[in-house]
Design a protein around this ligand. Structure first.
Ligand code: PEP
Ligand code: MG
Length: 889
């Protein structure tokens, strides 16, 4: 087996696409060498050796040693130096490098190969004895720490002691003899700590370093990092051994890092920093202030130190050309590390650079305009989830953050405002105006939220809860509304009665201003500076390309006029789900809703429903008007009735008084309607089956609104009436008959022709199985994957948080099935529903309106099973447009 692959001298045995075997660093070094860039020669020991190492009691394959020797000979041949040679010694660096970048896994070892003999040769060849001994003492310290486990502080103490004895402050004030004596004491210390001398033999040093790199794969830092980033343990790391080049050989040497474009804005200009007479780590360590690479950057920056362009014009010109070639070669923005040794440029690393979402868009769009990428490639490059960063106001990265507490990043974006502890207070405060005549901004702070808080959540700028996870009511509803939310900030204590919030000894009162960052879960003191989102420019261009590419349509889940307008602004092509129950919670209507629920008979119910009709009609008329002929799917009432009733004694008394009803009767009805499993209870079309007059009222409101809107514009409105929670054709038909009858009646009354369809949610396993017969009469299906997940897995949507995380942590489920569709189970039900529905009605319109409709991985699944559209909350519409395009590529 080939365990070792060499690079350098204008060619390489590896390539960029061999990351799995060579790790990211090794693969890129090989690629750079093979396109003729100046890369110090070296070799990469493959990840397979790492795998072998751990599978065989930390031993090597028997033929590895011979291959490593051959690798050394390759470096020696190119550099003309020899490992361990007393005249012209070769020094190497040893670094880890895995498939995915894992910052902080293992420190690099530099200057390996130095010993008491080679250090003298280095001093002669460099004509700089101080430099040689400085390199030597750094090597001993680094090697002892990483390989021998002798901690840094031992060496720091010796260094400080020497400086004190010499009466100097800076390391640079020590001369070559001082450093040589320091080397002596370092080695004595190692011998004392280890009970054996520091290894003088370069080969022993090399094998010690190689094994330390492999072993570092299993150190606790690396294990934690892999867990957090879902990197599989069996990938292993490669080891890169490479000839040293020195950036610290005097004033004509330097080292630096650069990006080929600005990683925070994406602007096309070389962006980076370097240090004269320094070694790699010095630039990142931040001890000396680095200098800018270009004159332009120096001119506008605060750092007045001369640029690389001014100091080393020839090296600069070569670097610019190299950066250009690398970017053209990889067709992406590059993150580069380089060293200049006595005027000669060496490239140490090139990889695709990390960037902000904003920069990612600009770079992708620019690369298309420059003819480097196709539109498809540009669209494929953007992570849809990252767009979230751009759709909401965010905290200014330059602003100072005074962190009060940290919870879960439940819904992205930042919001700030006065603390309120109840929904009523939120509505009240948000209704008032501040001195600038702007609506007051409030943050609703609660232990957790419930459906009764909907209007308070609407009124608030953001929501903060002390309990509950990523799928808690607050999190789901906030994401739906596009409001920032931090959930489960457990260190906060709310005392609602006293109207205070305490955390770590601090107290906040109602009215105090806080900022929440729903993208990080942070709760911050005061009003922190924010940045507004920008939807035009590169964002608009790239999403426009996505629209040309995608097949599926994207609709929004929306019921309020604000949501509908937001949906349109984000590019929704219709409304895929309008949850009519959300229209009933406002103060004026809930009275009539409660009257309806309390009615003793049908006549009483009809009387209450008659009061609701004008409200509903106005709601729908406004939606139709806003959506201007785009399809609007309106779902009949869904939630359990008791959600509309008061529960506490005080609330019951208040409501009874307001309604002029008997409190005992109210309490009795609330108790009657209380359910053990509301989500499996009296909801969905079950309401319409028990009380058809409810469905009839809603249907009348829809059709009267449609008739009026149709008359006003001369164009028929496309409305789709949707029946929730059916189990088969029979219950669907029962409700559909009422809807059709009402359409006929309204059409006759108004003389208007009505264009409408009646379809159903498929959100129960039985409905998916019976999709064939349902499709005989249903004109469309919308898969309600929230309920289909709940019923398919038998996991309550509202109670899942405490145990679901264990499933994910213990890898029993790869992800939260309420976030990303469970392809094997729930997905199978969807696929079956699609197949059986289409078999009966080939043109049936198929969509999805569960939370999954806005999740990129789930959208990919929707494309695979051939849905016609996805529907998601307005703020996810751009993400869905992009994800739907990527799903076709
Ligand atoms: C669903 O169940 O997926 C759905 C969209 O309906 P709701 O979330 O309103 O139950
Ligand atoms: Mg549902």
């Amino acid at each position: 087996t080939k365990w070792v692959l060499t690079f350098g001298g204008g060619s390489a045995e590896g390539r960029a696409d061999m990351r799995d075997l060579l790790g990211g660093k090794g693969a890129n070094l090989a690629e750079m060498a093979s396109i003729g860039l100046p890369v110090p020669p070296g070799f990469t020991i493959t990840t397979e050796v790492c795998t072998h190492f751990f599978a065989n009691g930390r031993s090597h394959p028997s033929d590895l040693a011979a291959q490593v020797d051959a690798g050394l000979r390759h470096i020696e041949a190119i550099t003309g130096r020899r490992f361990g040679d007393a005249e012209n010694p070769l020094l190497v660096s040893v670094r880890s490098g895995s498939r995915a970048s894992m910052p902080g896994m293992m420190d690099t070892i530099l200057n390996l190969g130095l010993n008491d003999r080679t250090v003298e040769a280095l001093a002669r060849n460099a004509d700089d004895r101080r430099f040689a001994y400085d390199s030597y003492r750094r090597f001993i310290q680094m090697y002892s720490d990483v390989v021998l486990g002798v901690e840094h502080h031992h060496f720091e103490d010796l260094l400080e002691g020497l400086k004190e004895r010499k009466g100097v402050v800076e390391d640079t004030e020590l001369d070559a003899d001082d450093l040589a004596s320091l080397v002596g004491s370092y080695k004595a210390k190692v011998a004392e700590e280890r009970g054996e001398p520091f290894p003088e033999d370069p080969r022993a040093q090399l094998w010690g370093a190689i094994d330390a790199v492999f072993s570092s794969w299993m150190n606790s830092r690396a294990i934690t990092y892999r867990k957090l980033n879902r990197i599989p343990e069996d990938w292993g790391t490669a080891v890169n051994v490479q000839a040293m080049v020195f950036g610290n050989m005097g004033e004509t040497s330097a080292t630096g890092v650069a990006f080929t474009r600005d990683p925070s804005t994406g602007e096309k200009r070389l962006y980076g920093e370097f240090l004269i007479n320094a070694q790699g780590e010095d630039v990142v360590a931040g001890i000396r202030t680095p200098q800018p690479i270009t004159e332009a950057a120096r001119a506008e920056g605060k750092v007045k130190a001369p640029s690389l362009e001014a100091r080393m014009p020839e090296v600069f010109a070569e670097f610019v050309e190299t950066a250009r070639r690398l970017e053209a070669h990889y067709r992406d923005m590059q993150d580069l590390e380089f060293t200049v040794e006595r005027g000669a440029l060496w490239m140490l690393q090139a990889r695709n650079g990390k960037r902000t979402a904003k920069a990612a868009l600009k770079i992708a769009v620019d690369l298309v305009n420059e003819g480097v990428l196709s539109k498809e490639e540009a669209v494929a490059r953007i992570d849809p989830a990252s767009l979230d960063q751009l759709l909401h106001p965010t905290i200014d990265p330059k602003a100072e953050r005074k962190i009060v507490a940290t919870g879960l990043p439940a819904s992205p974006g930042a919001a700030q405002g006065e603390i309120v502890f109840s929904s009523e207070a939120a509505e009240e405060a948000a209704g008032r105006l501040d001195e600038d005549k702007k609506r007051r901004s409030v943050i609703l702070v609660r232990a957790e939220t419930s459906p009764e808080d909907i209007s308070g959540m609407h009124a608030a700028a953001g929501i903060l809860t002390t309990r509950g996870g990523m799928t808690s009511h607050a999190a789901v509803v906030a994401r739906g509304m596009g409001k920032p939310c931090v959930s489960g900030a457990g260190s906060l204590r709310i005392d609602e009665k006293a109207g205070v919030l305490t955390v770590a000894g601090r107290t906040f009162k109602a009215g105090d201003v806080i900022t929440i960052d729903g993208s990080t879960g942070q709760v911050l003191d005061g009003a922190v500076a924010m940045i507004e989102p920008e939807l035009s420019g590169d964002f608009g261009t790239l999403i426009g390309w996505a629209d040309e590419i995608r097949r599926m349509k994207v609709r929004a889940n929306a019921e309020t006029p604000d949501d509908a307008r937001a949906a349109l602004a984000f590019g929704a092509e219709g409304i895929g789900l309008s949850r009519t129950e959300h229209m009933f919670f406002d103060e004026a209507r809930i009275v009539a809703v409660r009257e309806m629920i309390l009615a003793d008979d049908e006549a009483g119910r009809r009387k209450a429903l008659a009061k609701l009709l004008p409200f509903q009609k106005a709601d729908f008329a406004e939606l139709f008007e806003i959506m201007k002929g785009l399809p609007v799917t309106i779902r009949l009432l869904d939630p359990p009735l008791h959600e509309f009733l008061p529960h506490t004694d005080q609330d019951i008394a208040e409501v009874a008084q307001a309604m002029g009803a008997d409190p005992e009767k109210l309490r009795g009805r609330a108790e009657e309607l209380a359910e053990f499993n509301p989500m499996l209870g009296f909801r969905g079309c079950r309401l319409a089956i028990a009380y058809p007059e409810i469905a009839e009222m809603q249907a009348r409101a829809i059709f009267e609104a449609a008739a009026e809107a149709g008359k006003a514009t001369g164009e028929p409105v496309t409305c789709e009436v949707m029946v929730p929670l059916v189990v088969g054709r029979a219950d669907f038909d029962f409700v559909k008959a009422r809807i059709d009858a009402m359409a006929k009646a309204v059409s006759e009354e108004t003389g208007q022709k009505l264009a409408y369809q009646v379809g159903t949610m498929i959100e129960l396993p039985r409905a998916a199985l019976r999709a064939g017969e349902i499709a005989e009469t249903a004109e469309f299906f919308s898969f309600g994957t929230n309920d289909l997940t709940q019923t398919g897995l038998g996991i309550s949507r509202d109670d899942a948080a405490p145990f679901l995380s264990h499933y994910v942590d213990k890898k029993l489920l790869a992800y939260d099935p309420f976030v990303t569709i469970d392809r094997e189970g729930v997905g199978e039900l969807v696929a079956l529903g699609v197949e059986r529905g289409r078999a009966v009605r080939p043109k049936i319109k198929l969509g999805i309106c569960g939370e999954h409709g806005g999740d990129p991985a789930s959208i990919e699944f929707c494309e695979e099973v051939g849905l016609d559209y996805v529907s998601c909350s307005p703020f996810r519409v751009p993400i869905a447009r992009l994800a739907a395009a990527q799903a076709t590529l």
